[in-house]
Design a protein around this ligand. Structure first.
Ligand code: ZN
Length: 134
């Protein structure tokens, strides 16, 4: 399996609109796109920084995974996403090594990327996302 780089850090927030000024006006980053991923009940906003991005995540429903995360842990870094060359191969290798996965098969995330999550119990509490972009 080849990890290329940290693709993005996912940050759970109550409201993208409410915190956007910090990332743009204060840090000088650009919000390059907002997208709703209906299946995940989440609205995402991406701020590129160097080779990586910050992904703000706002829940679109009270029972969505981000709403539940914030309820439990408050706002903050929710996941780390690694860019991989081939996500199917990476998942097969992890499975073979006995790593617990949330997604056995990739699904389509924001920006049309193929994504899959590893189980935080397998990664010392860090929710790890694998991400392949073409
Ligand atoms: Zn992500």
């Amino acid at each position: 399996m080849k990890l290329i780089k940290i693709d993005h850090l996912g940050v759970a927030v109550n409201s993208i609109e409410g915190v956007k000024n910090f990332w743009t006006d204060i840090l000088g980053l650009k919000l390059v796109g907002c997208e709703t991923v209906a299946e995940q009940k989440v609205c995402t906003g991406f701020f590129p920084v160097g080779e990586s991005e910050i992904e703000l995540l706002e829940s679109t429903a009270p029972d969505g995974p981000i709403a539940k995360y914030i309820e439990k842990k408050g706002e903050g870094i929710q996941h780390v996403a690694f860019r991989v060359e081939n996500i199917e191969e990476a998942l097969a290798e992890l499975k073979q090594k006995g790593v617990r996965l949330i997604d056995e098969k990739p699904r389509i995330g924001a920006g049309g990327a193929k994504i899959a999550f590893l189980h935080p119990k397998a990664t010392s509490g860090v929710l790890v996302e694998l991400c392949e972009r073409s």
